[in-house]
Structures are given as C-alpha cells and as structure tokens.
Design a protein around this ligand. Structure first.
Ligand code: ATP
Ligand code: DNN
Ligand code: MG
Length: 206
C-alpha cells in the first residue's frame, strides 16, 4: 500500500475535488478518516461521484460542520488517533484531512500530528488567490517542521504565475500544477482538467 495525504491551506480550498481527480487518475482508494458536517454531500460521497473509485468508510462521522474536535465534543466523543492508522489496501490510497494542517482532532493533537505519525507524502492544496503566499508558506513550514515529506503544492483557481512561482522559489517546493475553477464540475470535466496536474511527479511518491 502507498498512501498520499491531501491537505490544504484552509477549509474549502478544493482538497476534495482535487482528491477526486487524483483518486480517479491513480485508480486509488479514497479515505476521509474524519467527516465533520453531514447535511450536505460528504467528501466521501463527492469523491465517489466524481471518481467512481472505491471509498473506504469514515472512522468518524460527525454531525456538526465545525472543527473535528468540536464536532466530536458536540457528540460526546473524543477522536482517538489510535483508531486512525492508515488502512492497508492494495494499490494507492488517497487520504484527505479536514481544513488545514493545524486543525485539531482533539484537544491534544492536530491533523499535523497525525500526518507526521503516518509518515506518508503530503500534497498541499492551495488557492492562487490573494493571501495564499502566507497561508501556503505557513502550512509548508508546519509540515516540514513536523518532519512530513511534502510532494508539492497543487493550486486551485485562476492562474497567478507570479504568485505561484514566488511560493515555488521561496519555499523550495514542487509545483504540481493548477486546477482552474470549473464552471461545470463533472467526472469528465475534472478528468480533463486533471491533465494539467503533474501526475508523474506524484507517482514518484507512491
Ligand atoms: N476546481 C474546482 N472547480 C469548481 N469548483 C470547485 C473546485 N474545487 C473546489 N470547488 C468547489 O469549492 C467548494 C469547496 O471545495 P472542496 O469541498 O473540495 O474543499 P475542501 O478543501 O475539501 O473543504 P473541506 O475542508 O471542507 O474538506 C465545493 O463546493 C467544491 O465543489
Ligand atoms: C466543516 C468543514 N467543511 C470541514 N469539514 C472542517 C473544517 C475545520 C476548520 C477548522 C478551523 O481551521 O477553524
Ligand atoms: Mg474536503
């Protein structure tokens, strides 16, 4: 089994859409260990619909669309990291966090701590919009300080080459490509857009 972690600079940056495209192109399994917020389509449902891939069940399904530690407390539970070991699957596994790297799973551990435990390469999904240099640089600093291997940054949004190259150069990080905002989001449009992602660079981490 070879796992790839998909995290982001924030919630709502496009991790799930990116993960769906990645899962499809790799023929991978997808796992969202902790889902907080169940009213809308969950990330697992979204990935299943956009990739047709095998999706493993979440370990925690939490009602409140909030930070996982709060959603768990709201349900009277505490997320136990020992229940979140990477599943053993045949072939590649794409694992999605929730929000950004410093999102608490409980009052003692952030997602970052779990990523470091997993010792799997990390893809950071980042906006191209104003503010992303700071958010991306901070996220990369945190990941590297925690000893995580960063495969690269995958951008989502309108082209901002000067911004993207600033991040690549100043953070010494691989540019994995950019997904545009797709006016129509379907399995086909995502697959077509994913040709702009450097999948061969990603495969080298499997
Ligand atoms: N490339 C894209 N084109 C069009 N819409 C997108 C794209 N990427 C993300 N979106 C939309 O933006 C919203 C947030 O995206 P997504 O759910 O992937 O974020 P996320 O980072 O996974 O959030 P969370 O932290 O909740 O897991 C969704 O409505 C999604 O459909
Ligand atoms: C509810 C949302 N869609 C995600 N599942 C969780 C995002 C947690 C963000 C926590 C924070 O950074 O304030
Ligand atoms: Mg998501």
């Amino acid at each position: 089994m070879s796992a790839l972690i998909v995290t982001g600079t924030d919630t709502g940056v496009g991790k799930t859409v990116f993960a769906a495209g990645l899962t499809a192109v790799l023929g991978a399994c997808y796992w969202k260990p902790v889902q907080s917020g169940l009213e809308d389509a969950t990330d697992s449902e979204t990935v299943r619909s956009f990739s047709g891939a095998e999706v493993l069940p979440e370990t925690y399904r939490l009602n409140l669309p909030a930070s996982p530690h709060l959603s768990a407390e709201d349900m009277g539970v505490k997320i136990d990291l020992s229940r979140l070991a990477l599943p053993q699957v045949d072939g590649p596994l794409v694992v999605e966090g929730a929000g950004g790297v410093m999102v608490p799973l409980n009052r003692q551990a952030f997602y970052l701590d779990l990523f470091a435990q997993w010792r799997a390469p990390v893809i950071l999904v980042a906006r191209t919009a104003l503010g992303t240099i700071n958010h991306t640089s901070l996220s990369l600093m945190a990941l590297r300080n925690a000893g995580c291997e960063v495969a690269g940054v995958a951008f989502v949004g309108d082209p901002q080459p000067e911004v993207e190259q600033t991040i690549v150069q100043m953070c010494d990080v691989r540019h994995l490509g950019r997904l545009p905002f797709l006016a129509e989001l379907t399995q086909q449009t995502l697959s077509d857009a994913f040709t702009a992602i450097d999948i061969e660079a990603i495969r080298r981490f499997l």
